[in-house]
Design a binder for this molecule. Structure first.
Ligand code: PHE
Length: 367
């Protein structure tokens, strides 16, 4: 009997809930991973238990690529026995990991993966962000109405589902509704030299260059386009949203507009303001967008675990999928029947090296 009691005690002391964190911690988009991790860690520090048990975070690095994303997801589930997974960031990586989560019936909550295919047809994959049909439409409206754009050259990263998708959603709206002209030029993640595509963009007479990839290449394209004499606007999607954009791009990215999920300046609720303060105190810097969404992904999962009153991944998933009006620091999150969050699109402008809130577009205005 004594040993039984000791065993019970030991079990209760060591009882823990493991949440997997699948992020690009090294490789091409590691800045996104680092910022997300900072947000998740702050959330974990503020709320480190669920159902009276300690929550342990188990990190897995995708090295910013798909194959490793799938492998890392399998490791988290099969070896670490996590009950849910936060991640990834890039749509292509989230999609590769999602195949595994779906097959194992463990909930995955993608952070800022915006391509529709990430959750499409999946029961166990959700996300805390809007999707690219909305983002692409918002960008087309902004380019046509606010920038009076007629000719747009889009730099497409053909290795990223996100970039290809966003390009198409923009083009559809811009050509159909505004009769604008679009030229698409291609590159691949990791490319460094864009002069051939920039020459095409200039020859086309672009009044806007749009970059639908990630911050590294966006910064380089902007620099090279300016040095080749391009004087028009730059616009981009949420793939621009890391402070590293300015570190790499410097003056060349001044004036760039991009769509995104969150900017600290637009924080209005007490919860959102407290988050900014807590983040500054913890890290000595303002939170980047990915930090806020990482924070929300973690808190939403913990909330779902409490509502499920269970550590069973299937039950937790059901709770995640029935999230309604969850108060996050990036806004209110309601998960729809496809696992997507319904949220506003925020437009930001790079000004004096900072991301300045420009405007907000609500889903109902984009019908
Ligand atoms: N939305 C991008 C994708 O789906 C990822 C991303 C989000 C990148 C936010 C940067 C910031 O791939």
């Amino acid at each position: 009997l004594l040993s039984f009691i000791v065993l019970l005690l030991a079990l209760s002391i060591f009882a823990e809930i493991k949440i997997g964190v699948l992020l690009p911690l090294t490789g091409g988009i590691s800045a996104f991973g680092d910022w997300t991790k900072k947000g998740i860690e702050l959330a974990h520090k503020q709320k480190g238990t669920a159902l009276g048990e300690k929550i342990t975070l188990v990190y897995a690095d995708t090295r910013s690529e798909k194959t490793e994303a799938a492998n890392a997801m399998a490791r988290l589930i099969d070896k670490e026995k996590v009950v849910a997974v936060i991640g990834e960031i890039a749509s292509s990586n989230s999609m590769a990991a999602a195949e595994i989560a779906e097959a194992r019936k463990v909930p995955q909550v993608a952070v800022t993966s915006t391509n529709p295919l990430v959750t499409q047809g999946k029961k166990f994959v959700s996300r805390v962000c809007f999707i690219d049909p909305l983002q692409g439409t918002a960008l087309a409206e902004f380019a046509a109405k606010n920038l009076k754009a007629k000719k747009v050259t889009i730099f497409v990263d053909i290795e990223q589902d996100y970039s290809v998708g966003l390009t198409n959603y923009f083009t559809e709206r811009f050509e159909k509704k505004y009769k604008g002209q679009v030229l698409k030029v291609q590159y691949k993640s990791g490319d460094q030299e864009f002069s051939a595509q920039i020459s095409q963009a200039i020859a086309f007479g672009s009044d806007v260059i749009m970059m639908t990839g990630y911050y590294n290449e966006i910064a380089l394209i902007a620099q090279q386009a300016r040095s080749m004499g391009y004087k028009g606007y730059f616009i981009a999607g949420d793939g621009a949203d890391a402070p590293e954009l300015v570190k790499i791009g410097g003056k060349a990215v001044e004036g760039l507009y991009f769509t995104t999920h969150y900017v600290p300046e637009a924080a209005t609720t007490k919860l959102a303001k407290d988050f900014v303060e807590a983040f500054k105190k913890q890290y000595g810097t303002m939170p980047a967008m990915n930090a806020a969404l990482g924070y929300d992904a973690y808190m939403l999962i913990v909330d779902a675990i409490e509502r499920a009153k269970s550590k069973d991944p299937v039950k937790i998933n059901t709770a995640i999928r029935s999230t309604k009006g969850f108060q996050g620091v990036s806004g209110t999150i309601t998960i729809d029947e496809n696992g997507n969050a319904i949220k506003d699109v925020i437009i930001v402008k790079v000004q004096n090296g900072q991301f300045k809130y420009e405007t907000r577009i609500e889903p109902k205005d984009l019908q």
